[in-house]
Ligand binder design. Structure first.
Ligand code: FPP
Length: 254
């Protein structure tokens, strides 16, 4: 109990905050469980996605307040196109709906919006909404909010390999000089640090083609909570678990 009290205190909003320990610089989240959240309530899957958008808003606010530098959220995968058209159409409208209401707050909070994934494959209205948010926040210097949209890690790696192969064929890169940094520089995430912490709600314990290269040394944290129910307490739980991990990056502690 004493340990618990020393480690935590109540902040002004009466929520539990970690007092000490490192905050992960880059947190990546697979926002999973929207469909099951909805079907447990007898609601259409789209209602789950809408509730997922509200959970995203909460999480962005908490992440920003906690000093997280980069928040990457898996909003739509290259595999999600196989869902019924009605659901895909709904998901493709969400970025516009979210940014219509939340962009002013993101601007005010100095958040910079970026995107990873293939923008070419998105409907025009989705791409325009994201482009507008990226342009409006391009000069911001606070937390980076990175939407993974039409994103698949294998597609990203293929894209990078093609770029590198083309540069190699034209003599710009010598094959023997290709190293980890070269690959990093050709991924969609070239400008971002690797995630320190991956969070996946909904009880699924897998990566689902998300940031496979970049998560090489991330700490992984899973919870049974469905994404629409995810809140500040769960984020803090994940961060506390992260703080208790011993990150050795393949080395040993001397
Ligand atoms: C996976 O849950 C979730 C998605 C494919 C969509 C995630 C999108 C949101 C949380 C809304 C994001 C909002 C913006 C602004 C982009 P699932 O549908 O696979 O759930 P299930 O596994 O329970 O069926």
């Amino acid at each position: 109990m004493v340990w618990f009290l020393r480690r935590f205190f109540k902040n002004k909003e009466n929520s539990i905050e970690p007092v000490d320990g490192a905050i992960p610089q880059h947190v990546a989240i697979i926002m999973d469980g929207n469909g099951r959240w909805a079907s447990h309530r007898g609601l259409p899957r789209t209602a789950g996605h809408h509730a997922g958008m509200v959970a995203l808003r909460r999480t962005i606010r908490s992440a920003d307040e906690l000093g997280i530098k980069v928040l990457t959220v898996y909003a739509f995968s290259t595999e999600n196109w196989s869902r019924p058209k009605r659901e895909v159409d709904f998901l493709m409208r969400l970025p516009k709906e979210f940014l219509r209401t939340d962009l002013p707050e993101l601007i005010e909070k100095n958040v910079k919006v970026v995107m990873v994934g293939s923008a070419d494959g998105l409907p025009r209205h989705t791409r325009e909404a994201v482009d507008e948010a990226m342009a409006a926040t391009a000069q911001n210097t606070g937390m980076i909010l990175n939407f993974a949209l039409n994103y698949g890690s294998r597609a990203e790696i293929i894209h990078a390999m093609r770029d590198i192969a083309a540069k190699s064929a034209s003599g710009l890169i010598s094959p023997g000089d290709i190293d980890e940094q070269t690959v990093d520089n050709h991924l969609y995430t070239a400008d971002l640090p690797d995630p320190d912490l991956l969070i996946r709600p909904s009880g699924e314990i897998r990566l689902s083609n998300f940031l496979l290269w970049q998560l090489a040394y991330a700490e992984l944290w899973f919870t049974d909570v469905y994404w629409p129910d995810f809140d500040r307490r769960h984020l803090l739980e994940a961060i506390e678990a992260y703080q208790n991990r011993d990150r050795r990056f393949g080395g040993i502690k001397l």
